[in-house]
Design a protein around this ligand. Structure first.
Ligand SMILES: [Zn+2]
Length: 320
């Protein structure tokens, strides 16, 4: 009896020992399996490539799983990380950013994003888009977005000859009201603005452009005037502004009147549409006299962040 009991006890111990060995083996097996599986994950592969955990998170937030998988099988892409962290990065343009970068190695991520967002990776007048006039005073017109020949604003008002040499010049009412407010404030500061150009019809722009083209050819005409449909003056939202003392395109930039506009126009909803060093993005060389109405909110944003309206439009209006 005693012997049987002992034998039973021994068997229990053997059984327990066996179970323990089995549990440890399963545990190790699971761990090994998990490790093998983890090594197959994008996270592991990306860590191995030198991405930090924050960078991996950024990739996973911005890219599809398929894109992350592709990325995990190549070298670390520093430029892509810079693109993803750009404040105006637009996901839909990723392949265009990458193509443009490949063709223009020296450009920074900031330049690549700005270029593609403003379509300037395409040739002027080649990539034709219709201006969305439903955007009202935030509509865009440049060397890509154009108005058709029939577009005419429906709230044009006459500009008093107090502000314009001559009669019969028109602008949209929302712009006129803002301009008059601005004019009155400038007057208090001893500055007298005078408008030199305002709303222009498609036909008027056609005759301006054709005049240059017929005399000097297309290249010269394109350098000095917008093609019909591509002039912002057809929107009725742009004014060419000088002062009574500084009246030419060559002397206006250095004037106190210009300085006043730079510091104050945004408070009335106006922006200098073609600033120094923005030709690559706007398609137009600097024009100190050409002021565009976009409303106070957008004008203030552009003033504070120093980006072009073309960039603003791509990021906040088109893809916002
Ligand atoms: Zn102008």
């Amino acid at each position: 009896m005693k012997k049987t009991k002992l034998k039973l006890k021994k068997n229990v111990w053997i059984a327990l020992g066996g179970a323990l060995v089995l549990i440890v083996a399963i545990f190790i097996g699971v761990k090994v399996y998990q490790t093998v599986q983890y090594h197959k994950t994008n996270e592991y592969k990306l860590l191995e490539l030198g991405y930090t955990e924050d960078e991996i998170q950024l990739l996973e937030d911005c890219l599809t799983e398929e894109e992350v998988t592709t990325l995990a099988s190549t070298d670390k892409d520093e430029f892509l990380l810079e693109l993803l962290q750009d404040p105006y990065f637009i996901k839909d343009y990723l392949s265009r950013y990458q193509t443009y970068h490949t063709e223009n190695e020296g450009k920074t991520a900031r330049q690549v994003v700005s270029t593609v967002n403003t379509n300037t990776d395409y040739a002027y007048y080649d990539y034709n888009l219709d201006t969305d006039t439903n955007q009202d005073y935030l509509m865009i017109v440049n060397k890509y977005y154009h108005l058709d020949s029939s577009y005419q604003p429906n709230d044009l008002v006459n500009i008093s000859n107090q502000y314009y040499y001559g009669e019969g010049h028109q602008i949209r009412k929302v712009v006129y009201d803002a301009f008059v407010d601005m004019w009155n404030q400038a007057k208090k500061d001893g500055i007298y603005f005078i408008v030199n150009s305002s709303y222009r019809t498609y036909a008027e722009q056609q005759s301006v452009y054709d005049g240059y083209k017929n005399s000097y050819g297309t290249t010269y005409a394109d350098s000095i005037a917008a093609r019909p449909g591509y002039s912002e003056h057809q929107t009725g939202l742009s004014l060419d502004i000088f002062s009574t003392e500084y009246t030419t395109t060559s002397n206006f930039k250095g004037s106190p009147a210009y300085e006043w506009l730079v510091n104050n126009a945004y408070k009335y909803g106006f922006i200098q549409r073609y600033k120094e060093d923005t030709e690559e993005l706007t398609g137009f060389s600097e024009e100190a006299w050409h002021w565009r109405y976009v409303g106070v909110e957008v004008a203030t944003y552009l003033h504070e962040h120093d980006i072009t309206f073309d960039e603003y439009y791509a990021y906040f209006i088109l893809n916002g």
